[in-house]
Design a protein around this ligand. Structure first.
Ligand code: GAL
Length: 418
């Protein structure tokens, strides 16, 4: 007995090793690892819907969801950077169209051009979006959606019960906010455990105070960061901070949205992934929640786009290309966007699949001034955004307008190399 056992064990060990090796080899060839930060309600559902289409079409490929939680990539971006630097890229990853894609990854020589994905379908994508995902005549990512950042979501019941009119300007906002405050309802929900959520609110104030051209000029050096308009925007933003939930820095964006859903706060300013969140919770647009363009932002569509690219050295390159083809397709975008709370980047998706809010967003996208979002990689480089976020972190605590303005001026100087 004593002699038999080791032989037995050796055979067993060999068998296990053999099985492990075979399955390793198999999965290594048949995996697709996709990296995003889509883990909250709505965004995770959109991803899942597209994965479902992918898996139906490619039953042999194992989908590996490498999502890192935290809105706007507040944790994911650092994880991605480490992986990219270590030569261990995911097969494809979520990246914002514009500066985030180009400055962080394309110029650094980390991405493959993917013009071939767009063959015979260039006309299906907006030129403005194609422009910001291109570098030296080549396209480097597939825009799977178009989001609007400057939206104010509100609880319909709270507004009806208190007989309030939805504010269209910041002055109206403060008037409504005072009434809500008097009733013990926090007017504006913010969940800035990732500071980007406050940066987003500030962006909408900048748009309101500077107008579309003035706002655009901030990113080109045309608009001075120490101008009266910017100072007014910072002052107004600080005033807004007097009307937000006390626990804002402990909450995420979706927890803040939930405060509105529950009627504990009346409004939140957040990108339209919040609408994906609301619908994922079974809430109905125009019944449970309403929306308006952020105060003073009418006519401006502050835009960002999530896209996917092909990193050099992707372990499952052929599978990644299949994913990118799906992201670019009508079928993929129709599965993804209605759940995500975004409109398609393609112009031929079936309108009736989208709810009443998203249909209004489609109409606005075609007629409004399209402005780039800072917090979501479209307006400025990652390093400029980081500097602005650092200024915001101090501002929400010390509320020092002059100091914040000096910080913004300095960030612009460094970034525009003035
Ligand atoms: C944005 C991203 C959106 C949404 C949001 C919250 O940066 O573009 O798709 O996921 O973060 O996580």
């Amino acid at each position: 007995m004593k002699k038999v056992l080791p032989v037995f064990s050796l055979t067993a060990v060999l068998a296990v090793v053999l099985i492990a090796l075979t399955s390793c080899g198999k999965t290594a060839e048949n995996k697709l690892e996709i990296f995003t930060w889509w883990t909250a309600g709505g965004e995770a559902d959109g991803l899942q819907a597209m994965v479902q289409v992918f898996s139906n079409e490619n039953p042999g490929i194992e989908f590996v969801n490498a999502a890192v939680a935290g809105g706007a990539g507040q944790n994911a971006k650092a994880v991605l950077a480490t992986r990219m630097q270590g030569g261990n890229p995911p097969d494809s990853f979520q990246v914002h169209a514009g500066h985030e894609l180009i400055d962080s990854w394309v110029v650094a020589g980390k991405m493959e051009p993917i013009d071939f994905i767009f063959t015979n379908q260039m006309d299906k994508f907006p030129k403005g979006v194609l422009d910001i995902i291109s570098y030296k005549g080549h396209i480097f990512s597939v825009p799977v959606d178009i989001h609007r950042a400057n939206v104010m979501w509100y609880n319909k019941k709270v507004f009806a019960e208190n007989k309030l009119k939805v504010p269209a300007t910041w002055d109206e906002f403060f008037a409504v906010a005072d009434k809500l405050k008097a009733k013990g309802i926090a007017p504006l929900a913010i969940g800035d455990n990732g500071i980007w959520a406050s940066t987003m609110v500030f962006e909408t104030v900048l748009i309101a105070k500077l107008g579309p051209d003035g706002y655009r000029g901030l990113w080109t050096g045309q608009t001075a960061w120490d101008s009266d308009g910017v100072k007014d925007a910072i002052k107004t933003f600080v005033k807004v901070l007097g009307y937000i939930n006390d626990n804002h820095n402990a909450l995420s964006w979706d927890q803040a949205a939930q405060l509105v859903a529950d009627g504990k706060c009346a409004m939140t300013i957040m990108g339209d992934w919040a609408e994906g969140y609301f619908t994922s919770k079974g809430l109905k647009p125009n019944v449970d929640y309403g929306w308006a363009i952020a105060p003073g932002n009418k006519g401006s569509y502050e835009m960002l786009s999530d896209s996917f690219g092909l990193p050099i050295g992707a372990a499952h390159r052929a599978n990644a290309i299949k994913w990118l083809q799906l992201c670019a397709s009508k079928e993929g975008q129709e599965a993804f966007n209605p759940k995500k709370g975004s409109i398609s980047s393609r112009n031929d998706c079936n309108r009736s699949l989208f709810d009443i809010y998203l249909q209004s967003a489609m109409d606005d996208f075609n007629k409004d001034n399209i402005l780039p979002s800072l917090a979501h990689g479209a307006a400025a480089s990652e390093s400029w955004l980081t500097m602005c976020n650092d200024v915001m972190t101090l501002l929400v605590t010390d509320k020092d307008v002059e100091k914040a303005d000096a910080g913004f001026v300095d960030a612009a100087k460094k970034s525009l190399k003035m």
